[in-house]
Design a protein around this ligand. Structure first.
Ligand code: IPM
Ligand code: MG
Length: 348
């Protein structure tokens, strides 16, 4: 987080905008001290900000459902951040594990507040042979419509092709409903082509023919899985960003790296900050600082292009060394340094 924040601070100077950070040390340490991931009025703290920049959350000694349902997921829901936008590209100096794939540029538009991530359900007869667990998936017309509309608009701003991830051959209530609503939106969007693809086949296609996919619209769970898969195909999930958007702007949106808290390397000063920097760039774009956003993306691309890389990308740079290199590009007179100007957009 400090790496991304220092870049935003540097760009505030060069691009003449003001930013006031309000730090909140919410997370696993907060939980250990107070028994909660965030204070009881945590949402109220965030509600008066313009946006939230969130670090990775979770620790091996605390169950994941506690850390995530105590912080990330309630923020997404309380602020109706129904779009989870995840751009995926092969960055300079990063290579796809697939041969012959040296350029990739796609966007996953993930439904972020309903679907398979639901509190409805329960467990009965715990510990007995007849124990059962039931979890209900909830798709609403409003929920599917608005994510399909957002994805359709995203696709129209790119090449007009949308892939809708489904599983209506196996999941016989919610997924046919998803397909129907997506088809309605498609019919009302002239020039848009929508391809309905079963999630299993789509997973294979992302590996075998990643270039055949540009914008994907997917339910909460499918989008979660596909965004990790696509990021891995693009060379690293360590660099991928995620924007949790409330498009009507009734509430603040939240920006975070896709990667987890990586407890194996935490505190060593070797983490790759690109996921956080890219998330911060999406935040700037959302807040209307398009030039600052593009400059930040160009700066970390330029540092990577120069061969400065953290360990996860095969380099030797520490988080701080990499950040210094990015900061130099953020503030250099050449800025915005753009190794490839056509890629200086994060969507959002
Ligand atoms: C993500 C994460 C979260 C999710 C987890 C940590 C709950 O995997 O943002 O992709 O599934 O939404
Ligand atoms: Mg995930």
């Amino acid at each position: 987080m400090p790496a991304a924040m220092s870049c935003v601070d540097a760009l505030a100077t060069t691009h003449d905008f003001h930013i006031t950070w309000r730090h909140r040390d919410w997370g696993s340490d907060h939980y250990r001290r107070h028994g909660r991931m965030m204070p009881i009025d945590g949402i109220d703290h965030l509600a008066t900000g313009d946006a939230t920049l969130l670090g990775a959350v979770g620790a091996p000694d605390i169950p994941d459902d506690v850390t995530l349902w105590g912080l990330l997921i309630p923020i997404r829901r309380e602020f109706d951040q129904y779009v989870n936008l995840r751009p995926i590209r092969i960055l300079p100096g990063v290579s796809s594990p697939l041969t012959g794939v040296d350029q990739l540029d796609m966007v996953v538009v993930r439904e972020n507040v309903e679907g398979e991530y639901s509190e409805i359900g329960g467990r009965v007869y715990r510990g007995r042979p007849e124990e059962a667990a039931i979890q209900e998936t909830v798709f609403t017309r409003t929920g599917v419509r608005r994510i399909a509309e957002y994805a359709a608009a995203t696709a129209m701003s790119r090449c007009g092709h949308l892939v809708s991830a489904t599983k209506s051959n196996g999941i016989i209530h919610t997924m046919p409903f998803w397909d129907e609503v997506v088809a309605e939106i498609a019919a009302g969007t002239p020039g848009l082509t929508v391809e309905k693809v079963l999630i299993d086949a789509l997973a294979a296609r992302l590996v075998l023919k990643p270039h055949s996919v540009d914008v994907i619209v997917a339910s909460n769970l499918f989008g979660d899985i596909l965004s990790d898969l696509a990021a891995a195909v693009a060379g690293s999930i360590g660099v991928a960003p995620s924007a949790n958007l409330n498009p009507p702007r009734q509430h603040p949106s939240m920006f975070e790296p896709v990667h987890g808290s990586a407890p194996d390397i935490a505190g060593q000063g070797v983490a790759n900050p690109v996921g956080s920097m890219w998330a911060a760039a999406m935040m700037l774009e959302h807040l209307g600082e398009e030039a600052g956003s593009a400059a930040l993306i160009a700066a970390f691309e330029a540092a990577l292009h120069d061969g400065v890389r953290t360990r996860d990308l095969g380099g030797t740079a520490s988080t701080q060394q990499f950040t210094q290199a990015v900061l130099q590009h953020c503030t250099s007179p050449r800025n915005p340094a753009q190794p490839d100007a056509s890629h200086a957009s994060s969507g959002g």
